[in-house]
Structures are given as structure tokens and as C-alpha cells.
Design a protein around this ligand. Structure first.
Ligand SMILES: Cc1cc2nc3c(=O)[nH]c(=O)nc-3n(C[C@H](O)[C@H](O)[C@H](O)COP(=O)(O)OP(=O)(O)OC[C@H]3O[C@@H](n4cnc5c(N)ncnc54)[C@H](O)[C@@H]3O)c2cc1C
Length: 395
């Protein structure tokens, strides 16, 4: 079998993998970035919404931005609308065109010096003693298997990650740990072109929510996620979406349909082992309340690339050395993931009537210049009895 050798091999060219590869290459490492699909960023399995924190990683470019979003409309089960807007809101940001955005990130990794290989799937881990030493890959173009040796293996292979499992890390998700999602790209529909819309309610999306993210004048990502443990025969995510769309956009046109899974269980227990690091969805770097993971994937990738570069230069890629990555991402955003998990778990205990009452309690006030955290606190202040449990969990 052909053998190759790099400092780092990154499995998966989503935002997490590309940012890891870019950062490690910028610091002088020889990096191989692998993607099993023939085209990076395709198929899109995402609603494509991000907040403005993305500007910390990349300069906005109209090439990969479909819409700029100034706020959000949140609808209670009875239709009561809560308007959120203002620069501090997490809902203010962009709707991306990920088929382009993901490619741009991979370009940046390549320009920094990483080698990018598409149609190449990692099949197994090469291990010696307790250390990950590389991956076995198969190129779909050439049909041949190769052993790719590396000082550090990065699992950036998304929610269905196998890399972590191969190394013995516990990445198993129970149905209740994930949201299962279905989404249509629709056109010929009447939408707000500068606000995202969220719809709550047990009949709409049990243990989840439905969304409309604008992608232009008359087109949008229209989707929903439900708790994985709420999915079953006759009530899969796609069944709920069908009902939602029939009611909301009976004459809209469906251009594409996707389904996918998001890990919504809060931070993983271990994200590193000897010679191996997990980033992005593979390490459950997703806010359990919103299901958003793009920015966390980019954050984690940047930290991972930096720590890996220094570990390789120091010739120490042990778990103990790589734990710096684990500590840094937990410090940067671990608390947000934990808070998101607690808030999600609390909101799932509420009935539709409770959700209606919460929305009514916000009527008449302008929710501007309030962070998502600020909104939760305002809700607690206005509904101290109902939200006593939430206040206890958050404070
Ligand atoms: C329906 C849906 C809607 C979402 N909406 C949003 C949203 O609006 N905003 C937001 O922030 N987040 C959203 N998310 C979550 C977001 O898509 C992820 O958090 C984000 O893509 C994580 O990036 P990643 O790089 O970790 O993984 P991914 O983007 O999943 O990339 C992993 C890559 O690894 C490749 N790969 C896997 N296995 C192998 C292998 N063995 N060998 C080689 N390559 C491999 C895959 O092909 C893939 O390209 C949504 C998710 C879903 C399912």
C-alpha cells in the first residue's frame, strides 16, 4: 500500500477542518485536508444562519452572503409575535451560501499551504501504542488505498464522526442528544427579507422549532428540527415540515430538500487523546438551544490549529500536551454551550400555553440592544414563578 507522511492530517473539509488546516499551515506545518465528497460545501445540510461573530474569522463577502439579517421574529404557538432586533442580538447577522462559503474556507487553507484532497475518504485509524499515527484513506478517483502517516490526526468529520470512535473516545449520541432536521430551499414565497423567523410549539416541532431564513427577495431556507427521541413512524421531521409548509406557503415552490442531524447535548467529555483532536460537530461544538455550530466550528478549528502547531514543534503530541486545546475551547465557549443546554432542557418542559404566556409577557416592550442572555433574564424578571427553574439553572 502507498504510504505518505504529513505533520497533520485533517479528516473533513467543513468549517472546522478548513480552519484547523489553515491555522496549522500558517504556523508552518505540512497539512493534508481530506474531504470524501467531490465538491467541498456540497451537499449543504444547514440553514446557513450565522451572527456577526463570523467577522472575527473572515471578511464578509457578497460572494457567500445571501442576506443580511437585522433581527428575528419569534412566534409563540398561538401566533403571538416577539420582535428582536439590535446589534447585540445573536440573531443579527448573515444567511450564508455554504456551497460557496465552505469552498472559500478551504481555499484559504490551501493558500496558507495545506494540501486539499477531495473524493478521499478516511476509512480507519493507524495506531501505535496508545497514539494515533495517521489514517487509512481511499481515493475515489484512483480507487486505491493509502496509509497517510501524521503526527496529529484531526477528526473534523461532522456529527457522524467516526474518527473519535476509532480512537476510543466516547462520541456516541443517544436519540435525545440530537435534533433531527428537515429543510426545503423554497422560492415564490412571501417572507421578510431581513429578519429570520422562528416558530415554537409542540404541534409545529416537538422539542425543537421551525425556521425561515431569508435567502433573497422571495426565497428562503424553510426547515425545522425536532428532538431525536420525538421522531417516529408518521411523525418524522419531514412530516412536520410538510404540514408547516402546507399551512405557511401552500403555493411556494420547493427547489431542494435536505435532512440532517445536529448534536444538542452540550460539551463532549473528552476532545483529545494521544495524537488526536476532535473539532466542530465531531466534538459537539453546537449551541444546544439554537442548533448553531458554524462559528463554534471555526473557533475550535483556530484553537486546534494553533495548539497542534506548537505541540508538533515541541515534539510532544501526547494527550497531556493536546489538552491545552480542550481547555482553551472550554474557556472560550464551553459556558455558552452549557447555558444553552440548560435553557433548552428547561424550555422543553413548557407547554404551548406556557410559551404563549411568555410571549404575551413581552408584548409592548421593545427588545432592542438586548443580548440573548438579556432576553432570558427579562423573561425571568417578568415571569418569576414560571421561570424559577430556569433562573436557578442559569444563575
Ligand atoms: C438542518 C441543519 C441546519 C443547520 N443550521 C445551522 C445554522 O443555521 N447555523 C449554524 O451555525 N449551524 C447550523 N447547523 C449546524 C452546522 O451545519 C454545523 O454545526 C457545522 O457544519 C459544523 O461544521 P463541521 O466542519 O464541524 O462539520 P461539517 O460541516 O459537517 O463538515 C464535516 C465534513 O467532513 C466530511 N467527512 C465526514 N467523514 C469523512 C471521512 N471519513 N473522510 C473524509 N471526509 C469526511 C463530510 O463530508 C463533511 O464535508 C445546521 C445543521 C443542520 C443539520
Amino acid at each position: 500500500m502507498i504510504e505518505e507522511s504529513y505533520d497533520v492530517v485533517v479528516v473533513g473539509a467543513g468549517p472546522a477542518g478548513s480552519l484547523t488546516a489553515k491555522t496549522a499551515a500558517e504556523r508552518g506545518l505540512r497539512v493534508l485536508l481530506l474531504e470524501r465528497n467531490q465538491e467541498i460545501g456540497v451537499p449543504v445540510k444547514c440553514a446557513e444562519g450565522v451572527n456577526k461573530e463570523i467577522e472575527q474569522f473572515i471578511t464578509p463577502d457578497q460572494k457567500w452572503i445571501c442576506a443580511e439579517v437585522k433581527g428575528a421574529y419569534i412566534y409563540a404557538p398561538d401566533g403571538t409575535r416577539v420582535v428582536m432586533s439590535g446589534e447585540k442580538m445573536e440573531e443579527v447577522g448573515y444567511v450564508l451560501e455554504r456551497r460557496i462559503f465552505d469552498k472559500v474556507l478551504a481555499h484559504e487553507a490551501a493558500r496558507a499551504g495545506a494540501e486539499v484532497r477531495v473524493k478521499t475518504e478516511a476509512y480507519g485509524l493507524i495506531q501505535e501504542d496508545s497514539y494515533a499515527r495517521g489514517v487509512v484513506v481511499r481515493s475515489m478517483a484512483e480507487g486505491e488505498m493509502k496509509r497517510v502517516y501524521a503526527k496529529v490526526v484531526v477528526g473534523a468529520d461532522g456529527v457522524e464522526s467516526r474518527v473519535g470512535r476509532w480512537a476510543g473516545l466516547n462520541t456516541r449520541l443517544r436519540p435525545s442528544d440530537m435534533d433531527v432536521c428537515a429543510e426545503y430551499l423554497m422560492c415564490d414565497i412571501e417572507i421578510s427579507k431581513d429578519h429570520s423567523e422562528f416558530f415554537l410549539g409542540n404541534e409545529i416541532a416537538p422539542n425543537g422549532y421551525a425556521w425561515i431564513f431569508p435567502k433573497g427577495e422571495d426565497s428562503a431556507n424553510v426547515g425545522l428540527g425536532i428532538g431525536g427521541d420525538r421522531s417516529g413512524e408518521g411523525h418524522h421531521a419531514i412530516d412536520y415540515l410538510h404540514t408547516f409548509v402546507q399551512r405557511k406557503f401552500p403555493h411556494g415552490k420547493i427547489i431542494a430538500e435536505i435532512c440532517g442531524v445536529v448534536p444538542v447535548c452540550g460539551p463532549i467529555r473528552e476532545s483529545v487523546t494521544d495524537g488526536l483532536v476532535l473539532v466542530g460537530d465531531a466534538a459537539w461544538h453546537v449551541n444546544p438551544l439554537t442548533g448553531g455550530g458554524i462559528i463554534y466550528a471555526m473557533r475550535a478549528g483556530t484553537i486546534a490549529g494553533d495548539v497542534i502547531a506548537r505541540a508538533v514543534q515541541e515534539n510532544d503530541v501526547s494527550k497531556t500536551r493536546l489538552l491545552e486545546y480542550d481547555k482553551r475551547w472550554r474557556k472560550e465557549f464551553g459556558k455558552r454551550l452549557n447555558t444553552g443546554l440548560k435553557a433548552k432542557e428547561f424550555f422543553f418542559t413548557l407547554s404551548d400555553a406556557d410559551l404563549n404566556n411568555l410571549a404575551h409577557s413581552l408584548q409592548g416592550i421593545e427588545i432592542q440592544e438586548l443580548s440573548t442572555w438579556g432576553l432570558l433574564m427579562e423573561l425571568v424578571r417578568r415571569n418569576p414563578r414560571m421561570l424559577a427553574g430556569l433562573a436557578k439553572a442559569l444563575l
